[in-house]
Design a protein around this ligand. Structure first.
Ligand code: HEM
Length: 362
């Protein structure tokens, strides 16, 4: 059979896409509200980009799910490239929200009541992005909102597909597993390590971390002394009665102490060729969190201007809910928090030959 050559309009399914803007205010019996078209198109544009983000996240988690991924295979490079793509899309989405500044609160009010109880809260793709990256239900602000299947909540079908996604390993969990498996902190490689610090007091069985802890302590000023307790808990699970359960959760959200040791080590020795991609992956994910947080703040500011302190169409407390989510919904906060535990570059201990052999190509 002869193949029909692709035609722009058909290839892009523009009949489907361009016939999918159906403002309710344009229906018979209603007063047409000019700005409802913009309101629909901006949401649809967001949803298309959400689809692309999910497509990238799924491909990244598929690579991370492999038994081993190595820094000098193309896997790590592909992961990095795709996280960077997600970040570029998020940058665009953060700009896009400003188009709504051309709609005044009065313009919005002319069709707002027609939308009730639909709301961006019900964006299944947004929930999936959060869950696939690693936002946990128990960490969510007003978690009870997410269990609603009545007005303003999800349909039963959407609710169960979100639950399904939440039960599969997230990018944060897979990254944690990858970091935990990094071989360079294996004690066998550290037999000939030369201690830098003079103190012989030992804190862990690992000579590098004993040394590093001394160097870190020496670098703290008198107002920062208590950061050593954070160091001991975040990187070594040692609490010694310093922190309540609540404080522990705030100090370390969802990464494990061994994974954070690896991440800190990578950040410290990022200039070694084999660490460069891993470092950039960590850095890019911190940026993903930052960009999502920027979106939450941009959206919140726009919502405050648009509806003041009214409840949302999705029947949450509106700006109050969005503010709580903006403060709480971080995914890679543990990685960003590692900056607390850095020491000045010139004090970094030299690495033993056995470790160096692992860190150079050849
Ligand atoms: C006039 C413009 C907008 C207003 C007044 C508005 C208002 C709100 C409000 C009040 C909420 C809280 C849930 C509720 O009770 O409804 C919400 C949530 C949300 N909105 Fe918007 N929104 C607007 C535009 C957008 C756009 C363009 C998007 C793009 C997709 C969007 C996506 C979302 C998402 C994803 C949530 C859930 C946020 C979370 O749970 O952290 N909104 N919106």
């Amino acid at each position: 059979m002869e193949q029909v050559p692709p035609y722009y309009h058909n290839y892009l399914q523009l009949d489907n896409i361009l016939n999918s803007q159906l403002p309710i205010s344009f229906e018979n019996g209603n007063e047409p509200a000019h700005d409802e078209m913009l309101f629909i198109i901006i949401h649809q544009a967001y949803e298309l980009w959400f689809k692309q983000i999910l497509f990238e996240i799924d491909s990244i988690t598929a690579i991370f799910s492999k038994e081993t991924i190595n820094d000098n295979t193309e896997d790590a490079g592909i992961i990095l490239q795709r996280i960077k793509r997600i970040n570029s899309i998020l940058q665009l989405l953060n700009q896009q929200v400003h188009i709504l500044d051309t709609m005044t609160p009065l313009d919005f009010l002319s069709f707002r009541n027609l939308l009730v109880p639909a709301s961006g809260f019900q964006s299944v793709q947004f929930r999936m992005i959060e869950a696939r990256l690693g936002l946990k239900m128990q960490q969510r602000h007003r978690a009870e909102y997410y269990k609603r299947t009545n007005e303003g909540g999800f349909t039963m079908t959407d609710y169960s597909s979100i639950n399904e996604v939440e039960a599969t390993p997230s990018l944060a969990e897979l990254l944690n597993r990858w970091l935990e498996r990094m071989p360079f902190l294996n004690l066998d490689l550290w037999k000939h390590y030369q201690l830098v610090s003079l103190s012989s007091a030992s804190f862990t069985a690992h000579p590098f971390w004993n040394d590093y802890r001394h160097l870190y302590t020496d670098g703290l000023n008198e107002h920062e002394r208590n950061k050593l307790n954070d160091f001991d808990f975040v990187l070594f699970n040692q609490n010694n009665g310093h922190f309540t359960e609540e404080q522990c959760k705030a100090l370390r959200l969802q990464f494990t102490a061994p994974a954070l040791q690896s991440a800190l080590f990578i950040i410290l020795y990022r200039n070694y060729p084999l660490f460069q991609t891993s470092f950039q992956i960590i850095d890019a994910l911190i940026e993903t969190d930052h960009l999502l947080s920027t979106w939450r703040h941009e959206h919140l500011t726009m919502v405050r201007r648009m509806i003041g302190m009214r409840v949302g169409t999705g029947n949450t407390s509106g700006a109050g809910y969005l503010e709580g989510a903006a403060q709480q919904h971080f995914i890679f906060k543990d990685l960003a928090g590692l900056s607390t535990f850095l020491i000045v570059r010139k004090k970094l201990p030299a690495l033993p030959d056995a470790v160096l052999q692992h860190l150079t190509y050849g």
